[in-house]
Design a protein around this ligand. Structure first.
Ligand code: SAM
Length: 262
């Protein structure tokens, strides 16, 4: 399914029709254990693609004071805005994660990455990197299995390692210990620390019919590249570099149009 299909209407229809098979109805046990070990309850936490966000409810019950949740589905957001209307410790946002601005100590991953079209994965890395404060953490669960079609879209440890390394220090990437039964041994717990010494940039090429990788060398000439990967549509590249990328020179490349998307 393409990016255009997995839009606001697609997700909102699922909430309208009550076809939310991903919804666990409770906080995922590995996340509960992770939250229980956090001492500072004032850290700024973001939960993207939050759904019914049992995670946020749990965090509030434990006394956490600075939670932001964001989801693109209006029907859902209306419900959770009502639910948390009188709570000053949570902000509920209707919006696109990729357009969101802010600064967080922790971003929580719970079946959001797997819901995105695979071509968005490079953007996910750069966006989470951008939204985290120095040494901030991206933590949560990712599937360790494949699916027929999607969403959800699967992955495995080796893929996650190669996608995130460089932009993040991989602190934990291991099979989750106490997953809910249907996901037992089929999901990994991740704890990735933002590498604040690097920039993570996604560059999109507007012209079709060209091999993006041919241009990566030119785009990054003179830069120290820590990691790079091209998305599944071969029209975006994630570049992790010690210096910021100056795109102005890219417009000299024989009329090929590039733009920074994250
Ligand atoms: C598979 S559901 C998971 C919901 C929740 N995390 C859970 O585990 O129950 C994916 C969620 O991501 C939301 N979503 C999809 N694309 C989004 C985007 N670009 N920005 C924000 N939310 C998005 C959908 O509306 C949906 O609620």
């Amino acid at each position: 399914m393409s990016n255009e299909m997995l839009d606001q209407n697609f997700w909102d229809d699922h909430y309208k029709n009550n076809t939310t098979a991903w919804d666990l109805g409770a906080i995922s046990p590995p996340l509960k254990d992770f939250f229980d070990a956090i001492e500072d309850k004032d850290i700024a936490i973001l939960i993207p693609g939050c759904g019914n966000t049992y995670e946020a409810s749990y965090l509030l019950d434990q006394g956490f004071t600075n939670i932001t949740v964001i989801d693109i589905a209006p029907t859902l957001i209306k419900i959770i805005q009502n639910k948390f209307a009188t709570n000053l410790h949570i902000e509920v946002i209707l919006g696109d994660f990729f357009k969101h601005q802010g600064e967080y100590d922790l971003i929580v991953e719970q079946t959001f990455f797997c819901a995105l079209p695979p071509e968005m994965r490079q953007q996910y890395v750069a966006k989470t990197h951008q939204l985290l404060k120095k040494n901030g953490l991206l933590a949560g669960l990712l599937f360790d299995r494949t699916f027929d079609g999607g969403p959800p879209f699967g992955g495995d440890k080796a893929f996650y390692q190669s996608l995130f390394e460089g932009a993040f220090e991989i602190l934990t990437l291991e099979t989750a210990k106490n997953s809910v039964l249907p996901r037992a041994d089929k999901e990994v717990f991740i704890k990735f620390k933002k590498n604040s010494d690097v920039h993570a940039t996604v560059i999109k090429v507007e012209n079709q019919n060209l091999v993006l990788t041919d241009y990566v060398t030119t785009l990054t000439a003179g830069l120290e590249i820590i990691n790079s990967s091209v998305n599944t549509l071969s029209n975006e590249v994630l570049i992790v570099s010690t210096e910021e990328i100056n795109l102005s020179k890219a417009f000299d490349l024989n009329g090929v149009q590039f733009k920074t998307v994250v």
